[in-house]
Design a protein around this ligand. Structure first.
Ligand code: XCC
Ligand code: SF4
Length: 669
């Protein structure tokens, strides 16, 4: 059994370390300690176990071995991978479906407390699908858009409508390969059918359907979720926020929302500002209500309302260990069952709200959109009633300011203003080499690595190399906690060319673009970069890379797949679910090869697993430089830029007055 890790080895975040020490003192287990106690299964982990029928489970541990049915290691790995991608796509897309039904309800005035907040976006999105907009009420347009979006899930044939938003050349590749999704549900169901015992048993053929299923997520369910969230809750624009456990307040009722959907959390934001609720909290002896979030439901309300983030995925238990949380309100996805037993050791109430998610021992207050505000208030009253039972607390005094909210609409606007908004300045900066390339660092935390360490190490190193970063999900929160999401803050550690751009445009070097379903915003940015011209005519030509350094969820695999299918090089850290036998690189690595070299030949994108952060950084830079060369762009030169603007002024400030004047005005005094 490996030695348990110290808190410093478990997390690179000092707030987490403080809570891990407290957990140890109190004799409480966490995902970190449970990961130490349980080695990952060395047969299932690398994809060598099949439990798809009652003749098994079959463990393929020897060269050339097959399952009872004769299934080979390639078939088994491919089937397991497709199933994971289907589950991830289902999770994102079912969220998208619920958003579409909510839009329909709002259009008919049947959803208490909601409104059509971003009419401009509603009209813009409707126009993409040729829904008539002129002379029509927003509710009519919203109704038609909701119908069109609802239909995408059950559509049986033809093409998913949002696919038309991809670059033309990309759509052509998908058509030639026969992977344009027909309907979201259909592709997920077919993944399950094809991988049932005795069906599809050709690894490459199985993996082709992984592409189709992933596309149904990225250019389907997830894109729908993002569109509708913006229409109902507003398209994000930069706003000030804070992150880490230090956002919890000692004298207030602390309520944490955790999960993924903005529907309930947005309503809890509204309810928490209600004078009647604030008075109720004061009557209970608190100074008020302090709302914060964890995981992507946090990102949804952070990027729109600046509601603070208590932390990313691995902070969910740590927040409860402060003893200062009255209620954790959860909806769907990434919620650890351990919360209930942990909460019982404190006074914290775990409140489940989704009809799809209950946790044994948790309190269930079911959320219904037609009385959303009423239910949100009930939830808050439950939390307030719980304040009196609070015991001893310990809140780490650690938090960082951040500026999130970089939707693709805002990026377009900030680069040129209202009248001439465009991606031209970004393209030009990449073409000239001021920006070497773009990397998206996204995805989860995983207790098998040191929390946030790989995220932050890779982010910092790439920034030094003039790589502009875009982030979503728990990765964005990792950067937020160390101050990388602030304008000037990190700029002295950023490469000279990128720094010039950040100073000129007035942006942080790391752009927080939202939640995990908002990875589709990155697809849109890449498409717009392509359409702007100068960086090729398809996404696979753009010098860009996607990374999920600490991934853990099946959703992350679904995102990886649609990014690869869209032409991106995607690198995952941590363990590969298809690595096969250790030290074995002959016939058991066919799946690994196909999702890398095989997919690259067809889609120009590839998926690779690189656990070592330095190797990961090298792979990113090599890929970016290779793409630059292929476009005929000048090779990246770190010395070429950075002599103007603020950076130049800072250098001059170091000089004695006479020399400074000489440098500025020439001649000697
Ligand atoms: Fe979940 Fe989106 Fe992963 Fe974080 S990053 S642990 S999926 S919350 Ni998507
Ligand atoms: Fe074993 Fe084949 Fe059944 Fe899988 S499908 S459990 S390999 S017999």
């Amino acid at each position: 059994m490996p030695k348990p890790r110290t808190p410093e080895q478990q997390s690179s975040d000092p707030a987490a370390q403080e809570m891990l020490q407290r957990a140890e003192k109190l004799g409480i287990s966490t995902a970190f300690s449970r990961a130490d106690d349980m080695a990952p299964c060395n047969i299932g982990g690398p994809g060598m176990c099949c439990k798809l029928c009652g003749m098994g489970p079959c463990r393929l541990t020897k060269e050339g071995q097959t399952g009872v049915c004769g299934a080979t290691i390639d078939t088994i790995q491919a089937r397991n991978l497709v199933r994971a991608i289907a589950a991830g796509s289902a999770a994102h897309s079912d969220h998208g479906r619920d958003m579409a039904f909510l839009l329909k309800a709002v259009a008919h005035g049947e959803a208490e407390g909601y409104m059509l907040r971003d009419i401009a976006k509603l009209r813009r999105v409707a126009a993409i699908y040729d829904i008539p907009i002129d002379g029509r009420a927003p509710e009519e347009i919203a109704n038609d858009l909701a119908d069109l979006y609802i239909a995408q899930f059950g559509q049986q044939s033809g093409e998913l409508a949002p696919v038309r938003r991809a670059p033309k050349k990309r759509q052509q590749i998908w058509r030639e390969q026969g992977v344009v999704p027909r309907g979201v549900d259909r592709e997920v169901v077919e993944s399950l059918h094809r991988t049932h015992m005795g069906d599809d048993q050709d690894a490459e053929h199985i993996l082709n359907h992984a592409i189709r299923t992933g596309l149904a997520d990225g250019w389907g369910g997830s894109m729908i979720a993002t569109d509708i969230s913006d229409i109902l809750f507003g398209t994000p624009a930069p706003i000030v926020g804070q992150a880490n456990l230090g956002v919890l307040k000692a004298n207030m009722v602390n309520v944490i929302v955790h999960g993924h959907e903005p529907t309930l959390s947005q309503m809890i934001v509204a309810a928490s500002q209600d004078p009647e609720i604030i008075a109720y909290a004061k009557a209970a002896g608190a100074e008020g209500i302090n709302l914060s979030g964890i995981c992507c439901t946090a990102n949804e309300i952070l990027v729109r309302q600046g509601i603070p983030v208590a932390g990313n995925f691995l902070h969910q238990e740590l927040a409860i260990i402060t003893g200062a949380v009255e209620a954790v309100v959860v909806d769907v996805q990434c919620i650890m069952q351990a919360l209930v037993e942990l909460a019982a050791k404190f006074h914290t109430k775990i409140i489940t709200t989704s009809p799809k998610v209950r946790i044994k021992g948790a309190k269930h207050i079911q959320f219904e959109e037609h009385k959303a505000l009423t239910i949100a208030k009930e939830i808050l009253r439950t939390a307030i009633d719980n304040y009196q039972y609070r015991g001893e607390i310990q809140i780490p005094d650690i938090r960082a300011d951040l500026v999130p909210g970089f939707s693709h609409e805002y990026i377009n606007y900030m680069l040129g203003g209202t009248y001439r908004g465009s991606f031209r300045p970004l393209n030009d900066a990449i073409m000239s080499g001021r920006i070497r390339g773009v990397a998206a660092i996204v995805g989860c935390n995983n207790p098998r690595t040191t929390q946030d360490y790989v995220h932050n190490y890779v982010a910092r190193e790439l920034l030094k190399q003039d790589v502009l970063l875009v982030q979503t999900g728990c990765g964005a929160i990792a950067s937020g906690k160390i101050g990388l999401l602030l304008g000037e803050a990190g700029l002295d550690q950023v490469g000279p060319g990128l720094r010039e751009i950040c100073e000129t445009v007035g942006i942080p070097p790391v752009l927080h673009m939202g939640s995990c379903v908002d990875n589709t915003r990155i697809l849109t940015v890449l498409t717009q970069v392509v359409e702007e011209g100068g960086l090729g005519d398809d996404i696979d030509q753009v010098p860009a890379v996607g990374l999920a350094p600490e991934w853990m969820s099946e959703k992350a695999l679904a995102i990886a797949t649609y990014c690869v299918a869209s032409g991106a090089y995607v690198i995952f850290g941590g363990a590969s679910p298809v690595s096969g036998m250790p030290d074995k690189v002959s016939d058991s690595d066919a799946v690994l090869k196909y999702i890398s070299e095989g997919w690259e030949k067809i889609y120009g994108g590839k998926l690779e697993f690189i656990p070592d952060p330095d190797e990961m950084i090298q792979a990113v830079l090599q890929h970016i430089d290779k793409k630059r060369a292929a476009l005929g762009l000048p090779a990246y030169d770190p010395k070429r830029f950075g002599q103007s603007g603020d950076a130049r002024m800072r250098q001059l400030e170091q000089l004695p007055l006479a020399e400074r004047q000489a440098a500025l005005y020439g001649g000697k005094k």
